[in-house]
Design a protein around this ligand. Sequence first.
Ligand SMILES: C=C(O[C@@H]1C=C(C(=O)O)C=C[C@H]1O)C(=O)O
Length: 121
Amino acid sequence: MSFELLHSAIDHAQNHRPELPESPTEADMIPWRRRIDEIDRAILRLLNERARCANIIGYIKKKLGLPVYVPEREEEVLRNVLSANEGPLSNEAVRRLFERVIDETRALERQKYQDAPSEHP
Ligand SMILES: C=C(O[C@@H]1C=C(C(=O)O)C=C[C@H]1O)C(=O)O
């Protein structure tokens, strides 16, 4: 899914939200939970695409003898997402979430290109 498609999917979802009646019942949670499941699958696809990009970077680093961990780049990644944050997640929450993402990305890069024989991505 291209980023344009993803953005239009998000816009569509925001404009076509399930009904929220005055006096909701438990059943009113069902369409929202389906929506969350759908969003989670989209997030997962993007996280895996991010990991694939990082693996290519990891491969290049291995070829050039560069370290996996680049703290200044990680700060830049965090600045990028924090400056784009429109909420309702707080900046602290976004920072924690992306720190986890970066940790897992770095671990994957290490596992694939530093601890193991280098293969073409
Ligand atoms: C992906 C890279 O490798 C590591 C992981 C990063 C990330 O997940 O964004 C950023 C910097 C590095 O510590 C990179 O150098 O760009």
